[in-house]
Design a protein around this ligand. Structure first.
Ligand SMILES: Nc1ncnc2c1ncn2[C@@H]1O[C@H](COP(=O)(O)OP(=O)(O)OP(=O)(O)O)[C@@H](O)[C@H]1O
Ligand SMILES: [Mg+2]
Length: 601
């Protein structure tokens, strides 16, 4: 069964098979990260075993001191006492040194793991296709990279070592008691029953509590990100008041879950102390009776009491770290889910080289739908000869952008093929395709950096003169020079902020510098005023020559420079011909064209 895209963070109704699958996936990820550090982990294990043994030796040495060395010393033989005291001190010292090295090694291992996980997440999410990012919202990706990695970090930074040391200490203490005095061990064993019940209850409750708390905090983050990214719409529609209320509710929810968790600790801690003290009292009582009867040495009793007392020491830490272990484990489950995602448009195994494309595009009975949505393109057959300029017009939602995204291979068709120069796009190496096919959209995203840097993205390594030439060609040079620092202006700094139209001009220059064989403009001039658009169009004419171009525009002025017009409706091309032909005809385009021309006078 494929679990691709299993969205396991908001769901609590996972069935057994799914949970098992997710745990296995997360384990696999963990092992893949730990495998290269086997040697280090092995030495850490040896160190912690020895250091714990040394720590646990303490009370046994005290028993030896009281029952054997002390009577000897009373009789004047001080040597044995020195021996025991020396042994006790050396064990303590050695254990401290070993713990130090153990903690150092685990710290290194965990830092390395964290670093690797962070990197893998970034590289992988970036590699994933557009399809993934449209499905998996930005807020969730951010949560993976922040709060999830944070909770793993929390465990790795302090908890993991503590958890191991604590558990080992308890096991070794119990074993030491068993060897030293089996009857006291039995008393301790009885105490495990209430301890087990209490701890189990605590675990189940906190597990549930932490899960709710995490969901609440994820909602909080998601809502925050959504509000802030949509801040303009929030302001425009005066949504602040409603947002405030909603956010207030989310915070209240979060607070409630936290309060419940604190309450759980408030019950567990005293319970733990009580059970520990009762156990010590029981060991003292049972042992004391045996001392009176002469069955047990006072030293052994002392050691038994010490063991019983110390047995419970790590319990609280373990309970706390068990929780951070749980939240880290669930974070790792979610991260492993993202890492498992495959790009929906995979890089070909044996790519066909595309040296210098001519730019002939063909759609061969292409059918397409987004995910599980309805069919957006129906059995589309289309041939665009190299060098042709196509104007793609049609109603909103007709599928124009979808067609454009298929040519740039942001998606693969559900059936049929899209070909460039007769080669299936699925067989072309990504780098070749990105070089030969460039799409400019309405968004015109600019990255932090200078204007020149942003244009240079089109062809990294191009000279400054080329950058300026590209800007001049699209009519962007003039406004760029008027910016505070001209081409060096940082587009994300004050004063460097550019308008939507100016952003489009910059992204135009970027595309022209790239000099692709196929250029797609999806509403790329929609934010330009009429004079600027004219200017771009003048540039377009020269720059489109010798290039295949698909221009999607609602303004019919664009159509004038096209060799051919395609009219789309409901995922089908309903008209196809030269602008003059179509305008003279009786179809949809003729009506649109007439209305547009009438509006000009
Ligand atoms: N990412 C997506 N996921 C699911 N459905 C989508 C997605 N993008 C577009 N669609 C759907 O596909 C259909 C075609 O959309 P497309 O963006 O291709 O239209 P368009 O012709 O470019 O429209 P417009 O002129 O408004 O830009 C629409 O019905 C739309 O709802
Ligand atoms: Mg569109």
């Amino acid at each position: 069964m494929s679990m691709q895209g299993t969205n396991n963070e908001e769901r609590t109704d996972l069935n057994k098979e799914e949970s098992r699958y997710i745990r296995a996936r997360s384990r696999k990820l963990l092992f893949s990260m730990l495998a290269p550090m086997k040697a280090r982990l092995a030495s850490a294990a040896v160190l912690v075993l020895f250091s714990t043994a040394m720590r646990v030796a303490g009370p046994a040495l005290i028993a030896l001191g009281i029952d054997w060395a002390l009577p000897n010393a009373v009789e004047g033989r001080l040597g044995s006492l020195w021996l025991v005291v020396g042994g006790y001190l050396s064990a303590a010292l050695l254990s401290a040194v070993l713990v130090y090295y153990f903690l150092m090694i685990t710290a290194k291992v965990s830092q390395k793991m964290l670093f690797e996980l962070r990197n893998r997440m970034f590289v992988h999410t970036q590699k994933l296709s557009v399809e993934f990012h449209e499905r998996y919202t930005a807020g969730r990706v951010i949560a993976r990279q922040t709060s999830d990695l944070e909770s793993i970090k929390e465990l790795l930074a302090g908890g993991m070592g503590q958890l191991v040391v604590g558990l080992l200490f308890m096991v070794f203490t119990a074993i030491a008691l068993l060897i030293l005095d089996p009857i006291s061990f039995l008393v301790l064993l009885v105490s495990l029953l209430p301890l087990g019940i209490l701890t189990r209850w605590f675990q189940v409750q906190t597990n549930r509590g932490y899960r709710k708390q995490r969901v609440a905090s994820a909602k909080l983050i998601q809502y925050f990100v959504e509000t802030m990214t949509g801040i303009r719409a929030v302001k425009a529609f005066r949504k602040e008041k409603r947002n405030e209320e909603h956010f207030g509710n989310l915070v209240e929810d979060y607070r409630g879950h936290n309060a419940r968790l604190i309450q759980l600790f408030g019950i567990y801690d005293p319970g733990l102390i009580l059970i520990g003290n009762i156990t010590v009292a029981a060991v003292l009582l049972v042992g004391g009776l045996r001392v009176i009867e002469g069955d047990l040495g006072i030293g052994v009793l002392t050691a038994a009491i010490l063991y019983a007392r110390r047995f419970f020491d790590p319990m609280e830490d373990i309970a706390i770290f068990y929780n951070s272990y749980q939240s880290a484990a669930s974070a790792l489950e979610k991260i492993s889910g993202v890492l498992e995602e495959e790009p929906s448009v995979p890089e070909p195994q044996a790519p066909v080289k595309l040296e210098r494309a001519r730019g002939e595009i063909r759609f061969d009975s292409v059918e397409f739908k987004y995910n599980t949505g309805p069919v957006v393109l129906h059995k589309l057959d289309l041939e665009i000869p190299a060098g042709q300029t196509i104007a793609l017009v049609g109603t909103t939602g007709a599928g124009k952008s979808t067609l454009a995204k298929l040519i740039s291979r942001f998606y693969d068709p559900a059936s049929g093929t899209v070909l460039i120069d007769g080669i299936d796009l699925r067989e072309v190496a990504n780098t070749d395709l990105r070089r030969e096919v460039v799409m400019v959209t309405q968004e015109a995203y600019l990255f932090s950096g200078s204007v020149a840097d942003n244009i240079l993205l089109g062809r990294p390594g191009a000279s400054f003169e080329d950058v300026v030439a590209a800007a001049k060609a699209v009519g962007a040079d003039e406004f760029i020079r008027s910016l505070p620092e001209g081409y060096d202006t940082d587009v994300n700094k004050r004063g460097g902020r550019v308008s939507a139209g100016q952003r489009q001009l910059i992204s135009f220059a970027r595309a022209f510098l790239a000099n692709p064989a196929v250029l797609i403009l999806d509403e790329a001039t929609s934010s330009l005023d009429i004079p600027s658009e004219r200017m771009v169009q003048r540039g377009l004419k020269t720059l489109l020559s010798g290039r295949t171009a698909v221009i999607i525009a609602h303004r019919l002025s664009t159509v004038a420079i096209a060799d051919r017009v395609l009219v789309m409706e409901h995922g089908k091309v309903i008209e196809d011909g030269s602008p003059a032909e179509l305008a003279a005809g009786e179809g949809k385009f003729a009506k649109l064209y007439k209305a547009w021309r009438d509006s000009l006078v």
